[in-house]
Design a protein around this ligand. Sequence first.
Ligand code: E4P
Length: 226
Amino acid sequence: MQIFIDTADELEVRHWSRYGVVDGVTTNPSLLLAQRWTRLQNGVVRLANAIHPRPLSVEVFADEDHEMLAQARTFAGWADNIVIKVPVIDGDGRPLLEVVHRLESEGVRVNCTACMSFGQAALAAKAGATYVSLLAGRIDDEGNDGSGVVGQTCSWLRDWGMPSRVIAGSIRAPRDVQRLAAAGVHVITVPPPILTKLVDHRYSRATSAQFTRDGQQAFGQVLIDV
Ligand code: E4P
């Protein structure tokens, strides 16, 4: 299983990359808005460099298919590790699968996002999306079972030899990571505050402090091999 970081904050990407635990980055327009960049290209290129050669997802935000295609081709030209996010449908329910299919046919890798059901994810995979993002937390918000949908989608992809990889998003708590991992998801994209919670544990702190204290009491502050 891979772990992506769900942020547009370059410092967070660099910070977590140093730990060696991050396999890619996902963004969305809401995360970009929070960065208050004056030039989109500059911000995206900095993020792409921070995670290179691992993938960075950047989402199109246009109303018409031809505008989305133009945006996608432009964004994809900014760095060779950029993956283009395309929502599975637009705000009116119009399928955007042709955009997904055309971009993949041109060699542009697509992350088909905003999927909330097995059916949407299955069609995104059939359209050729490299990644299919199922927003598990938002599925849960609707009273459905996000990890169940993710697990069924991954099983179906495996059973039929489909190459698309499922990214589980909308992660709200460490337990989401555990249940999605148990469901067999390929990738979980985790916001930085949840990564922080994943690594911390009060009993680990106490245990670490105990062993450090006892070692220093027994042997002093040994700084070189003795
Ligand atoms: C990831 O690709 C999604 O854009 C992100 O996880 C959505 O998270 P949210 O539902 O918390 O906004």
